[in-house]
Design a protein around this ligand. Structure first.
Ligand code: ATP
Ligand code: MG
Length: 666
């Protein structure tokens, strides 16, 4: 399908991309140094841009950039934009769970709030280098809290608001956080989530483990109702008055009380480029989450540059990323990247299905959103409702549609392009990880000709390679392990408190390379296609298969909503395919369907890939960020009830259903 070629894109042609790319990898110091000039550094850097060792055989792995400079990322997000005349520009339109709730905040007002909360944190004894845990809904105070940490040099560790008390406490303990910032509660659709009592339980668990936070700051979000510009009477769905919050005088502090007396002036802490900025735990699709540590300057340059080019962002446009700030996508592409580019963003508290499946498009029309960023899981869940909820809204402001989180199957890609984008938007399938800080493989809107399901080419500064099992680089078309050969500014620096784990996880399998853990293939035109995680590769009778490929063929069947494929040990083939299939509402899972699905996979990939098992899966186990947990499914396939760490699973009850359904496997 064509990309919309825009005359005003930052990068207009593939030749221009290639030229910029060449400089970015051959003279990274020059390329990034020029970008760094557009930001404020208290002390300019003088030495080499990069200093690094990625080769474990030569000693400790480390990555540093601009390491003799000092700056502050919060200053660059806020003060810099206010000083250049953007004080009255809207930083965020906030859209509540309830469609009647909304407000907005300018750059100037955001700066005031951040300075106030910076002073609050200081008054609670928080100093540079201390860790602050943040467990909040998608409200503006969350952005204020994280930027305040960055301003005073404290390291924020944001824990997604959908996590349990146990998951929260293990993250507070791992990072030894001194303060927790939370809120009373939040509505997700019609469901009330009592965040404060989950936070209380988490803090109790921490105390049992010998670590107590000194303060827990609580925002009154649903109990105060001070948040919305529209003061009309609300539906019974929000019984604010009936909500009772426990209060522990020893540690609990009211956000509102503390803010009232705080000054709105706060000199930023001038940080060394390589001082830590934040810890973020990975989503736990493959195992126990890792506390990924990002540092100030490199992350700042990379967040800003990827946001600008990948979305082709121009000042004045309205940008909407549907992620939660509790994930890396929210860190880089709701808070830091957009603010560094002086963007106007929509921050959305709710879910795509409330009050109905049109919600995203209602928001797009309301704010005239032109750049939209979501996940394949959201697109697939909306596909189930057909085209009508989408066609109800014009979406005519949309120009770029982004996706991230999992491989996007061509079926969903085409739906995104044809139905949601009216065939007139560029689709950007962005491949990256918590560890990479920002996009590493992505098309450029109005520039890169796309192919459905391919993340296309590397971003500036990224040098990918494909390795065989033996660690040999595959030139030209081929399939193998995706690796990166050079550092880039936004690359993680270590696993918090465990540098050995950092080296072991990413640098030992193929010494000399960064190994993200994903497989990929390169086609005849040089396009890169992510084939899924290395752990999810399946070897059937000596043929290496990617789960993404099999899943894509299953999903193409008109009755299939979602599919996940794992391996099961097989006495003859070594491994065989075990498929979990969710059928569309109103469709029936039966022998006929199973036959058709087997035929489909056979036809698409080859006879050797014919699935041995196809099981009905009314629901699939997913992480709280919406990714399929194939390691759990592998255990279901084997009938092994010892599931390992499932603290990151969104809804554990689906697994029980799957164990029961095993009997009906065809
Ligand atoms: P954990 O590392 O704890 O198992 P996780 O890998 O799910 O969790 P994230 O850092 O949130 O944690 O996700 C990054 C991973 O998501 C990538 O390594 C890749 O497997 C997948 N991914 C992200 N974007 C894409 C994409 N556009 N195409 C294919 N896969 C993607
Ligand atoms: Mg990962």
């Amino acid at each position: 399908p064509p990309t919309s070629i825009s005359e005003v894109s930052h990068v207009k042609t593939m030749d221009q991309y290639k030229e910029m790319y060449k400089q970015s990898v051959e003279e990274p110091g020059k390329f990034w140094g020029k970008i760094a000039e557009t930001f404020y550094f208290k002390k300019q850097h003088e030495g080499e841009f990069f200093d690094y060792n990625l080769d474990i055989r030569k000693g400790e792995v480390y990555i540093r950039c601009l390491s003799d400079a000092t700056t502050n990322i919060c200053y660059n997000c806020l003060d810099r934009n206010v000083k250049s005349g953007h004080g009255d520009t809207i930083a965020f339109y906030w859209e509540g769970n309830d469609p009647m709730d909304s407000t907005s905040i300018t750059y100037k007002k955001l700066l005031d709030e951040v300075c106030k909360f910076s002073n609050v944190l200081k008054s609670l004894g928080v100093k540079k280098g201390d860790r602050v845990a943040i467990y909040m809904p998608m409200i503006l105070e969350l952005v204020v809290a994280m930027l305040a940490c960055a301003r005073i040099g404290a390291v924020h560790s944001i824990v997604f608001g959908g996590f349990s008390a146990e998951a929260l406490s293990s993250r507070i303990l791992d990072a030894k956080c001194d303060v927790l910032v939370t809120a009373d509660g939040v509505y997700r659709g019609t469901k009330l989530i009592d965040l404060k009592s989950i936070a209380d339980e988490a803090l109790e668990l921490c105390t049992k483990d010998g670590h107590s936070v000194s303060a827990c700051v609580v925002v009154k979000h649903i109990t105060a109702n001070s948040y919305c510009d529209d003061k009309t009477e609300r539906p019974a769905m929000r019984p604010y008055s009936g909500f009772k919050m426990s209060w522990n005088k020893a540690v609990d502090r009211s956000w509102e009380d503390l803010m009232q007396s705080a000054s709105n002036e706060c000199e930023p802490e001038w940080m060394n480029s390589e001082d830590p900025l934040f810890i973020l735990y990975t989503s736990g699709s493959t195992g126990i989450p890792k506390g990924v540590l990002h540092h100030v300057s490199g992350y700042m340059l990379y967040a800003a540059t990827t946001h600008k080019y990948t979305f082709d962002y121009h000042c004045g446009e309205v940008y909407f990323c549907t992620a939660d700030i509790g994930w890396i996508t929210g860190h880089t592409y709701i808070t830091y990247g957009p603010l560094l580019n002086c963007a106007t963003s929509v921050m959305f508290e709710g879910t795509p299905l409330f009050p109905d499946a049109s919600r995203y498009w209602a928001i797009v029309d309301k704010y005239k959103v032109s750049k939209f960023y979501t996940a394949p899981t959201a697109i697939r869940s909306l596909m189930k409702y057909g085209e009508e909820p989408i066609r109800k809204y014009s979406r005519s402001s949309l120009k770029v549609l982004g996706t991230v989180g999992e491989p996007i199957n061509p079926e969903a890609w085409l739906f995104y392009h044809k139905v949601i984008g009216n065939e007139s938007c560029s689709i950007v399938d962005t491949f990256w990880q918590t560890e990479t800080g920002g996009h590493v493989l992505t098309p450029f809107p109005g520039c890169t000709p796309t192919k459905p399901g391919s993340a296309t080419f590397p971003f500036f500064g990224i040098v990918p390679a494909i390795l065989s099992d033996e660690g040999v680089e595959i030139e030209g078309p081929g399939e193998g392990y995706l690796v990166f050969k050079q550092p880039w500014p936004g690359m993680m620096r270590t696993v918090f408190g465990d540098h050995k784990r950092f080296e072991r996880t990413y640098f030992t399998k193929f010494p000399g390379y960064y190994v993200p853990g994903d497989g990929c293939k390169r086609d005849e035109d040089g396009y890169i296609w992510i084939t899924g995680r290395i752990d999810d590769m399946i070897n059937v009778s000596g043929h290496l298969l990617s789960t993404a490929e099999v899943e894509s063929s299953l999903i193409e069947h008109p009755q299939v909503a979602e599919a996940a494929v794992v391996s099961k040990p097989h006495s003859v083939k070594g491994e065989c395919l075990y498929c979990f299939v969710t059928v569309l509402q109103g469709s029936e899972f039966n022998k006929e369907l199973v036959k058709e699905l087997k035929e489909k996979v056979r036809h698409h990939i080859g006879a050797f890939s014919t699935p041995d098992y196809i099981q009905n899966a009314p629901g699939l186990p997913k992480t709280r960020s919406g990714k399929i947990m194939r390691r759990v499914l592998r255990n279901v396939a084997k009938g092994n009830r010892d599931l390992g760490d499932v603290s990151t699973m969104a809804d554990a009850s689906v697994v029980e259903v799957l164990f029961q359904n095993r009997d009906y496997t065809v």
